[in-house]
Design a protein around this ligand. Structure first.
Ligand code: GLV
Ligand code: GLV
Length: 316
C-alpha cells in the first residue's frame, strides 16, 4: 500500500482522496514533530509538507522510498531542492492558485499602512474618538504615487494589476525583463537603486534565494524616501529585520507592513512597540477557497504521479 505523509491539518476533507493509501496525517493545527516526521518517512512514497517544515538532507536521507514532495506553498526555500532532485525525488509547489489571494493581501497591507487603519481601529476601540478633527490619523494616498515592486513574478504582476485601479506609477526590478507584463500593466523596469530611492511604496513579493537574501538592509532603507512605506509579503530573510526596526523607529522610512519574518515565527521585539508597522502572521494565501485549491493541487500531483507516473505541471 502506498504511503503518504501530510505534516499538518489542511482546511480540506482529504481522507476520501487517499482511500486505499496508508495515510500519516497530522490532524493538529501545529507543526509535526521532527522525530515523528523522520520516523513516518522511513517507508513513505509521498510527502505533503508545509513551508514551516525544514526538508533538509537528514530528512531526505531518512526517506529512501520517497518519490514526490509537494510543498503546500508557492515558496520552497524550506526544501533542499537540489538534494531531493539528486535522489530522484520530484519536488512540487502550489503556484497559480494562490496568486490573486496573495496579491490582495499585499495590497491590503499597503493600503492599511498608508491610511493607518490598524492604529486608527485601536484608537477607536480604546474609546479615544471624542469628535472629528482635521488632524486625526492623517495618512498618505496611493493615487498616482509610485509603487516599486521587487519580485515581478505572477504575484508581483497580480499586485500591479490592483495598483492600476489607483493609477499608480508602477516600476519593478528583477532578474529578467517582463515585456508582456510591462505592456499589459504599464509597468516600467528600473534598477534596484532607482526602485528603492524613487518609490513611495516598496513592495517585496520575491522568493528567497542567495540573491534576494538581505537585499533590504539599513543601507537600502537609508536610500529610500523618508516618506516611503515598505511592504513584505515574500519571505522574511529578504529583509534584515533589525535594520528595518531601526529604520522605522528612527524615521528613516515612514511605515511598514509585514506578513513574513526573518526568523519566523519569532518576530523582533522592537517591532511590537512601533505604531508605524502592521504585523500579520503569514496569511498571504489564507482564503478558504485558495487553501482548498492548494490542497487539491497537492493531492492530484501526488496521486497522478504515484498511480500513473504523470509528472505534475507544478514540478519545480
Ligand atoms: C506562502 O508564503 C507561500 O509560499 O505559499
Ligand atoms: C509566484 O507565484 C510568483 O510570484 O512567481
Amino acid at each position: 500500500m502506498r504511503k503518504v505523509v501530510i505534516t499538518q491539518k489542511l482546511p480540506y476533507e482529504l481522507e476520501d482522496d487517499f482511500r486505499g493509501y496508508q495515510l500519516v496525517y497530522n490532524r493538529e493545527d501545529r507543526q509535526m514533530d521532527r522525530a515523528d516526521l523522520l520516523l513516518s518517512l522511513r517507508d513513505a512514497d509521498a510527502l505533503i509538507s508545509m513551508l514551516s517544515d525544514k526538508i533538509d538532507r537528514e530528512l531526505i536521507d531518512a526517506a529512501p522510498d520517497l518519490k514526490i514532495i509537494n510543498n503546500y506553498a508557492v515558496g520552497y526555500n524550506n526544501i533542499d531542492v537540489d538534494y531531493a532532485k539528486g535522489k530522484g525525488i520530484l519536488v512540487c509547489n502550489t503556484p497559480h492558485v494562490l496568486t490573486e489571494t496573495t496579491a490582495e493581501l499585499a495590497f491590503a497591507l499597503m493600503i492599511s499602512v498608508a491610511r493607518r487603519i490598524v492604529e486608527a481601529d485601536k484608537f477607536t476601540r480604546m474609546g479615544n474618538f471624542v469628535g472629528w478633527t482635521p488632524n486625526l490619523f492623517l495618512g498618505t494616498d496611493l493615487y498616482r504615487k509610485r509603487v516599486g515592486i521587487y519580485g515581478f513574478g505572477r504575484i508581483g504582476q497580480a499586485f500591479a494589476r490592483c495598483c492600476r485601479g489607483f493609477e499608480m506609477d508602477i516600476v519593478y526590478t528583477g532578474n529578467t525583463r517582463k515585456y508582456e507584463a510591462e505592456l499589459n500593466l504599464g509597468a516600467r523596469f528600473v534598477d534596484f537603486d532607482e526602485l528603492v530611492s524613487s518609490s513611495d511604496f516598496i513592495v517585496v513579493l520575491a522568493p528567497l534565494n542567495e540573491k534576494t537574501k538581505h537585499a533590504f538592509n539599513l543601507d537600502t532603507f537609508k536610500k529610500m524616501k523618508k516618506t516611503a512605506i515598505f511592504i513584505n509579503a515574500g519571505r522574511g530573510p529578504i529583509v534584515k529585520e533589525s535594520d528595518l526596526a531601526y529604520a522605522l523607529k528612527n524615521g528613516i522610512i515612514r511605515g511598514a507592513g509585514l506578513d513574513v519574518y526573518e526568523y519566523e515565527p519569532e518576530i523582533s521585539e522592537e517591532l511590537f512597540d512601533l505604531d508605524n508597522v502592521i504585523l500579520l502572521p503569514h496569511i498571504g494565501s489564507a482564503s478558504e477557497s485558495t487553501r482548498e485549491e492548494m490542497a487539491k493541487l497537492c493531492i492530484n500531483s501526488v496521486k497522478n504521479y504515484l498511480e500513473k507516473g504523470i509528472i505534475p505541471a507544478n514540478v519545480i
